[in-house]
Design a protein around this ligand. Structure first.
Ligand code: IPE
Ligand code: IPE
Ligand code: MG
Length: 247
């Protein structure tokens, strides 16, 4: 039986988030420079995007560049930013044809002008598309996002628009970068690292975590299907006991 046919379409996650890791190690295995690994990683993004469209996933968030990644050698950082600009420019028409909306989370003001401009143009051009939101986490840090949300809430309180006693989970979720996007049900990290690396700390409170040893450039459609099947075989109890769920 094919992997795809094992997936229950009714129970697919609506939001999948992925920490795309392992490009550098993949390149090293091939005897290539790290940047080659990043370039091939773009192919994996295409694969996963197709799989998500196929499954009717509504939001796909990809961790593309963390605030900590600025600490990498300048050559790699510059190469990654150029790759981002090129990729967005090359893919924009295909995204649009497939009714995909490009969005981003993270501090866009800290991106190089060329990258921010390309991203803004693509986001504007696809803003009415509604089959899938492709959300790029760029210059992103979950702690930055949480601090930023706190500032927005504090300013509302200061302006007299919000009473501190009315602040709840929902107020907070709405103050994050994309307040209209539901939390991911499934978080995938490739490359065998079992850590979160400052990604979506608020939103993954109850996400199912899936770690695979596959390096990101080797991640194919079938790997996404496997992750979704694994997710569908889990029991999401949200604090309850099994018997309550099966009533
Ligand atoms: C993930 O691959 C891509 C980015 C962080 C931009 P890495 O570049 O972290 O690859 P490894 O972890 O060194 O193999
Ligand atoms: C996390 O990967 C960031 C992205 C995938 C963009 P890293 O490779 O930078 O994470 P650490 O440094 O190993 O935790
Ligand atoms: Mg890494």
């Amino acid at each position: 039986m094919s992997l795809l046919s094992q997936i229950n379409r009714e129970k697919c996650p609506k939001h999948i988030a992925i920490i795309m890791d392992g490009n550098g190690r993949w390149a090293k295995q091939q005897g290539e420079m790290r940047l080659f690994g990043h370039a091939i990683g773009v192919e994996a993004v295409r694969e996963v995007l197709k799989a998500c469209v196929e499954l009717g996933v509504r939001h796909l968030t990809l961790y593309a560049f963390s605030t900590e990644n600025w600490n990498r050698p300048k050559e790699e950082v510059d190469g990654l930013m150029n790759l981002m600009v090129e990729t967005i420019a090359n893919e924009i028409s295909e995204l649009d044809e497939n009714n995909i909306r490009l969005r981003s989370i993270g501090d866009r003001s800290g991106l190089p002008d060329a990258c921010r401009n390309e991203l803004t143009t693509a986001m504007e051009a696809t803003k009415t598309n509604d089959s899938l939101d492709l959300i790029l986490a760029l210059n992103y840090s979950a702690r930055w996002e949480i601090v930023d949300a706190t500032k927005k809430i504090a300013n509302k309180v200061k302006a007299g628009e919000l009473n501190p006693s009315d602040i709840d989970d929902e107020t907070f979720s709405k103050a994050l970068c994309l307040g209209d996007v539901p939390d991911p049900e499934l978080l995938i990290r490739t490359s065998g690292e079992c850590r979160i690396s400052n990604f979506m700390l608020w939103q993954i409170a109850y996400s199912e975590l899936y770690f695979t040893d596959k390096l990101w450039p080797d991640f194919k459609r079938e790997d996404l299907y496997e992750a979704v099947i694994d997710y569908q075989n889990r029991e999401r109890r949200f604090g309850q006991v099994s018997e309550q769920l099966n009533d």
